[in-house]
Design a protein around this ligand. Structure first.
Ligand code: EPU
Length: 418
């Protein structure tokens, strides 16, 4: 059970090496656009390995609000989109997560109308939706009046060049392109594996999409019929458990990981002294004393992922030497540093860069998660700290990690929710 249920904090008694096996769940960032995509289908569809996360709960609440029928059973989520009858989503639902923005493209495609407002989600600095709006307008969506956030179709295929390979805008425009007449071309598209997962789902329903995984994606208009698909493993959950093993030390087998999807994180941990071996879709990480891997810069895929920046920083707090980390994707994604320093780390922040001076010891403290990955990173640091750490703001972690405390406990960590 991962739901909020009044649980507010994570209590970690650190200093124990990790050992054993952990199973990686379906990817949060892959399943959220897939859930919005279900709106487009003409028949019921099924998403397998759908993770049990509060962000997924929020997407299901939106589907139910729109009129769809949803049912969870044995890790599968069934969605029957046929009864969908509305396009408006109340602010309270939109504000629950960033992934609510995908419903704009999908509803434009299915209903010819949508409302596009600033969605909720982690606070990482400015996260405008101008690429989404401009892309929809390039496809022919028109605001109802000058300042309106309500857009109406019809949509016609167009050539769109994104100013930056935004993951969310690429996914939203693929969804909208499905409802456009003719062909939509998205240039400077994001290449993340979650985009290919979304396209595979739509292709399984009969859609004509090509080029995903490259900088140029082509979408043939036409709604999908029905599909069943398994969500790809969550590469950020896998990276987080690899960082946890690196931080606490130990020998951990991460099962159902897709190592090719977080190659840059694996290479960084190897450069820091971890032994990582691949066995099909599993990776084994053996970690002892760490050294600085040098300098890290976050970039769009296949570069080093911004989502792994905080977990990797946490793993390197005790690495010998000095590590520089430059965050280039989001303007304010270093809110975890104050928590690290409260545990005895020595991290200096200079704007979007951090200089980590490796320390010998970390000590348990009381800290607060400010966002999803930053919260997981505080837990990673706490696993290596002597004594007890209380991490407030557990709700941020529950948005994106299924059974986080239970999985860490299965590796021998002393962790509980309170
Ligand atoms: N951007 C704009 N205008 C836009 C869209 C994006 O300026 O219209 C900027 C953003 O402000 C940011 C950059 O472009 O500086 C990249 O943002 P992107 O659109 O790629 O990010 P996103 O779609 O909002 C998704 C993930 C994030 C992940 C980023 C980058 C989902 C639901 N969220 O966000 O995941 O960090 O891509 O890989 O897929 C997380 O899981 O913790 C998380 C934050």
């Amino acid at each position: 059970m991962t739901g909020g249920g009044g649980l507010q904090s994570l209590l970690i008694n650190g200093g124990k090496r990790l050992s054993g096996e952990v199973w990686i769940s379906g990817s949060k960032n892959a399943v959220l656009p897939m859930l919005a995509a279900t709106v487009l289908f003409q028949e019921p569809c099924c998403i397998r390995a759908c993770p049990n996360l509060t962000d997924v709960d929020a997407a299901i609440d939106i589907l139910n609000h729109l009129g769809a029928k949803t049912m969870r059973s044995d890790g599968c989520l069934w969605v029957d989109p046929r009864p969908i009858y509305r396009w408006d989503i109340p602010d309270a639902l939109v504000n629950r997560m960033r992934g609510s923005v995908f419903f704009a493209g999908a509803l434009m495609a299915r209903m010819g109308k949508c409302r596009l407002i600033q969605p909720g989600g982690c606070s990482l600095g400015k996260r405008p939706v101008n690429f989404h709006v401009d892309g929809l307008m390039a496809l022919g969506a028109k605001p109802d009046n000058l300042d309106s956030d309500v857009f109406s179709g019809p949509l016609t295929g167009a050539q769109i060049t994104l100013p930056y390979p935004s993951v969310g805008a690429t996914e939203n425009l693929i969804l909208a392109g499905i409802g456009a007449s003719g062909v939509t071309t998205i240039r400077n598209a994001a290449r993340e594996p979650e985009i290919t997962c979304l396209c595979d789902f739509l292709r399984a329903g009969g859609c004509g999409i090509s080029g995903d995984g490259s900088l140029c994606i082509q979408v043939d208009g036409g709604l999908p019929v029905s599909a069943q698909m398994r969500v790809i493993p969550d590469r950020m959950e896998a990276a987080t458990f690899a960082c946890a093993a690196a931080s606490a030390g130990g020998d951990v087998l991460i099962r159902n990981a897709e190592p090719n999807h977080f190659e840059s994180v694996i290479r960084t941990l190897q450069a820091a002294g971890c032994q990582i071996t691949r066995q099909d879709e599993h990776i084994r990480i053996q970690a002892g004393e760490l050294i600085s891997p040098g300098s890290i810069t976050t970039e769009p895929y296949p570069g080093f992922p911004t989502d792994a920046q905080a977990p990797v920083m946490a793993a390197l707090l005790r690495a010998k030497g000095t590590t520089m980390i430059h965050e280039t994707v989001f303007s304010e994604r270093m809110n975890h540093i104050s928590g690290f320093n409260a545990m005895g780390a020595h991290v200096e922040q200079m704007g979007g860069s951090a200089c980590i001076h490796g320390v010998d010891h970390l000590t348990g403290s009381t800290v607060t998660a400010q966002d999803l990955r930053g919260g997981a990173a505080l837990a990673i640091a706490a696993l290596a700290a002597h004594g007890k750490t209380t991490i407030h703001g557990l709700k941020h972690i529950l948005r994106g990690y299924e059974d986080f405390a239970m999985k860490l406990r299965s590796l021998g960590a002393d962790v509980r929710q309170a």
